[in-house]
Design a binder for this molecule. Sequence first.
Ligand SMILES: [Zn+2]
Length: 185
Amino acid sequence: MLVPPASVADASSSNLGHSSTPIVYGGLYKKDIDILWDEMCYSTVINYSGGVFMKYEVFKTDEQWKNELSEFEYHVLRMAGTERAYSGELLDEKRMGTYSCRGCGAHLFEAETKFDSHCGWPSFYKSLDTKAIEYIEDSSHGMVRTEVRCAKCGGHLGHLFDDAPQTPTGNRYCINSVSITFQAD
Ligand SMILES: [Zn+2]
């Protein structure tokens, strides 16, 4: 019987608004499950009761992510790293278009909702679809913040703050440029 590590269990229970439909990864023998468990503890398995439930629709092993992403993309998307403020390539992007997850291509934000927050990272006041984003309480670095991840692949995007009263929602999705791609209209 597999028991989810506390960090994974906590992350799923503190999900604020969305939980992706679990996909059963069927037909696995116990030894296979153990291998998968080792490879996926950050991204995928949230519980086990008669089957292995995948938290995210797009599943790749750590090895696959490392092969497909650059070292820095992997560090931010898969290890919840952060790019330096004012260093991201999409910070000053002002054209109309769509921002997507660099891990899986899911559409996440529209350019109309991007605003200049002067925080040093691309900022959006609204996601394209609330179901596109997963919200997780993050108590690292001595503060409680809301981490935002791509709901399709679990890629770390950044954090959500409610400190933008100048916007229609008051929210600020503070997103790493390296976690997203931009497609101009
Ligand atoms: Zn994604």
